[in-house]
Design a protein around this ligand. Structure first.
Ligand code: F0G
Length: 427
């Protein structure tokens, strides 16, 4: 690191400190690590204010607006622009939708969907990947790995190719959506299909880090978390730094839950916001260890065998659990569960609004519906839902829903003869 490095690695509760260029993913006592920045040092160089972020131009393409590296001072201040491996990730749309807000029963002006599926490889993972791959390259790592339900592997594959690193991804057999596998194969990473589930893949990745020195790009890598913080800051900037009442998003391995809490904590510390919004983390009923821990006042996490149609969040033993608990405490947050049927119904509405997202993302919208029905979210409140992945990631779920007439919003295709009379019936 340069002599003027202002960030360190720090274990989340015992407070053990390590230099930023120490290649490690846990403290000596086995705790997760945070990247901790010395914001006083950063502020002596740049004025970290709302106006500063409004006015500045991006490090990557010299355009105004957002993106991960727009917030470089709060993500990785000491890295020189020449080292950054970027595909201009971020700068995603903040949609409003008359159809979805009226289906939910929220005010149109107060309901937003931040579409992270509109990143370069079609998911929010690119935000963390640009930072973690930049560090992998900076730290002279040769091989990068991940366990994945699909999106991390797609993102790793694209960034490893750009950075000319060897990429090896582990995916659970039979449980990854076709769009995501296609990307890993197409971008040229080594794709290993593991006879086991995501949690088995994750265990293998930790072992490979210890025994084979393979650099992991899962969210146990604290630099992934730094990049994903920018989802929150960019949303706030798009809302003129007005804090919504709620951020609602899906929880799987709980990287986003961890990153979003850290983003808000830091924004509050820096005076960019003057109050904390609340979090609602949504899990699938069949993959809900975080929900069960929440119901036990976080006395313990019991890993479980996960099962849901939303394969992206089919995770039974989330590695970021302690950081996620911290985020919920900071934000007076809640955890809710939704059934696969509720996910599919919400997805039909998100898709039919012309926005579209993959099943795990639509758990967000199903969760908002449920939280409005049980009174946790009030119809007058401002709600931001995060859509985490693109509609085209999982075409099989869409085709099955519509072609098999699987729900009330099904829109099956019709076979017709090649004449105008047959066509006329539909106009
Ligand atoms: N939504 C999508 C589309 C995802 O791909 C994931 C995680 C999540 C939500 C959950 O986010 O782990 O931060 O709580 N996908 C990982 C993967 C596990 O391998 O692609 P989280």
């Amino acid at each position: 690191m340069p002599a003027d490095a202002v960030s360190i690695l720090k274990s989340i509760s015992s407070g053990k400190e390590y230099p930023l260029d120490d290649v490690r993913f846990a403290s000596d006592d086995g705790e997760l690590l945070d990247v901790v920045h010395d914001f006083e040092a950063v502020k002596s160089i740049h004025k970290i204010t709302k106006e500063y972020f409004f006015k500045k131009r991006s490090l990557i393409n010299d355009q105004p607006g957002g993106g991960v590296w727009h917030f470089k001072e709060m993500v990785l201040p000491e890295i020189h622009a020449d080292h950054v491996v970027s595909k201009q990730e971020g700068n995603t749309r903040l949609y409003r939708s008359k159809k979805i807000s009226s289906w939910l029963g929220l005010k149109y002006e107060k309901f937003y969907l931040k579409h992270e599926g509109e990143n370069p490889t079609g998911s929010f993972k690119d935000r963390g990947m640009t930072v973690a791959v930049t560090m992998a390259k900076y730290l002279k790592q040769k091989a990068v790995t991940c366990a994945s339900t699909g999106n991390t592997s797609a993102s790793l594959a694209a960034y490893a190719s750009e950075a000319e690193l060897t990429g090896v991804v582990l995916i659970p057999k039979g449980n990854v959506a076709v769009g995501k596998i296609s990307q890993a194969l197409a971008y040229g990473t080594k794709t290993l299909v593991v006879n086991g589930d995501f949690d088995d893949c994750m265990r293998l990745i930790k072992e490979a880090q210890e025994k084979l020195s393979a650099y992991p790009l899962n969210s146990i890598n604290p630099f992934r978390i730094e990049g994903q913080k920018t989802i929150i800051w960019e949303t706030l900037m798009q809302m003129n730094w007005k804090v919504p009442d709620w951020f609602v998003f899906p929880g799987g391995n709980l990287g986003n839950t961890s990153a979003f809490g850290k983003a808000l904590f830091e924004a509050y510390e820096l005076g960019l916001i003057d109050r904390m919004p609340r979090f609602a983390v949504i899990q699938a009923e069949g993959a809900s260890p975080f929900y069960k821990a929440y119901r036990n006042n976080f006395s313990a996490l019991s890993p479980e065998k996960a099962d849901t149609i939303a394969t992206a969040i089919k995770i039974g033993d989330p590695v970021n659990y302690p950081k996620a608990v911290r985020s919920l405490k900071w934000t007076n947050g809640i955890v809710e569960i939704v059934s696969d049927g509720e996910i599919l119904e919400a997805k039909a509405h998100v898709d039919a609004a012309g926005i579209g997202a993959e099943p795990a993302s639509c758990a967000t919208v199903a969760g908002i519906k449920k939280l409005l029905a049980n009174g946790e979210i009030k119809p007058k409140e401002t709600v931001v839902g995060i859509l985490t992945g693109n509609i085209l990631k999982d075409p099989q779920v869409i085709v099955d829903y519509h072609m098999k007439n699987a729900g009330p919003a099904a829109n099956p295709p019709h076979d017709i003869e090649a004449n105008i009379q047959s066509m006329k019936l539909f106009l």
